[in-house]
Ligand binder design. Structure first.
Ligand code: HEM
Length: 270
């Protein structure tokens, strides 16, 4: 059901006009979740402030609009699924986009190379698969700053891993953030070096920004193309400079601290 809804949300129902509102509501809900754990929808008895209540209301109204559009009655399960899809889609895409631009803002030479490879002007663009460099830049940003920085599973059978016994019911956390920065898997892991992704050199479970196995992100195939289109379109209009990389805050998603400064210039006016 999630898969069907995610697809309809992105390609059929136009959430574009509400994108800013969804992003703002997602931020608020993310704060609530990191305060209360991943318990969502937040139980009625939990005290929510006005901002939190209106974020919830907004997502609920969107869920109602979407289910009307799909001509389906709004059961609470469906409403929950739509809200989850909005959160699952808006938050990681927005953060991945932001991290990519911040990194390019710190690496002007790489930014110039990506721009020289071809950017999109106006809204008529489509994903250019030949732009391997931009694909590599997006992947490198997802490696260094995977929005889904920790994935939780519950163990179903006894397992011995690296000398530790994990029993049924134990919670196991796999961290893409830690995995993506392991010295045994990556050469100079903290360095921004998109070329490591060129020519399909990275394989297997060393790189899992979209998770793995049965619960892999249903949008995994589209996320990089979407981000590449976004980056190409942005660089067609602006150049960006980042004074210093913000801290990565490991909340529900890995998001930048808000104390960073960037400067934007319209392209061609440098
Ligand atoms: C850069 C963007 C994205 C990243 C990094 C990302 C990452 C992930 C990850 C790691 C998971 C698996 C969580 C787990 O294993 O516990 C996941 C699940 C999910 N994602 Fe994404 N995602 C992104 C974009 C999207 C988009 C655009 C959509 C919808 C159109 C979406 C919908 C979902 C849904 C519905 C799930 C839950 C799947 C399930 O529980 O079976 N994601 N995502």
């Amino acid at each position: 059901m999630f898969f069907a809804l995610s697809t309809r949300l992105l390609f059929d129902f136009d959430v574009g006009a509400n994108a800013i509102k969804i992003a703002q509501a997602s931020n608020v809900i993310e704060d609530v979740r990191s305060r209360l754990g991943t318990n969502f929808p937040v139980p009625e008895h939990q005290a929510l402030d006005g901002r939190e209540r209106s974020a919830r209301m907004l997502l609920r109204q969107l869920a109602e609009g979407i289910t009307r559009h799909l001509r389906q009655p709004l059961s609470s399960d469906l409403s929950y699924a739509v809200q989850e899809t909005l959160l699952n889609a808006a938050v990681p895409l927005a953060y991945a986009f932001t991290w990519t631009l911040l990194l390019l803002g710190r690496h002007p030479a790489m930014q110039a190379r990506v721009r020289a490879n071809g950017v999109l002007h106006g809204n008529s663009g489509s994903f250019d698969e030949s732009d391997e460099l931009c694909v590599a830049v997006v992947r490198e940003a997802l490696r260094l700053y995977p929005p889904a920085w920790a994935l939780e599973r519950t163990c179903t059978s006894t397992l011995v891993l690296a000398g530790a016994t994990i029993r049924p019911g134990d919670a196991v956390v796999v961290s893409p953030y830690a995995l993506h920065r392991m010295r045994s898997l990556w050469n100079r892991p903290c360095r921004f070096h998109p070329q490591r992704f060129e020519a399909g050199r990275v394989k297997g479970y060393a790189f899992i920004p979209f998770g793995g196995g049965a619960k892999t992100c249903p949008a995994a195939r589209w996320n990089v193309p979407f981000l590449v289109m976004g980056v190409q379109s942005f660089l067609g209009r602006f150049s960006v400079r980042t004074s210093a990389m913000p801290h990565a805050l490991p909340l529900v998603a890995l998001r930048p601290s808000l104390d960073f400064a960037v400067s934007l210039r319209q392209s061609g006016k440098e």
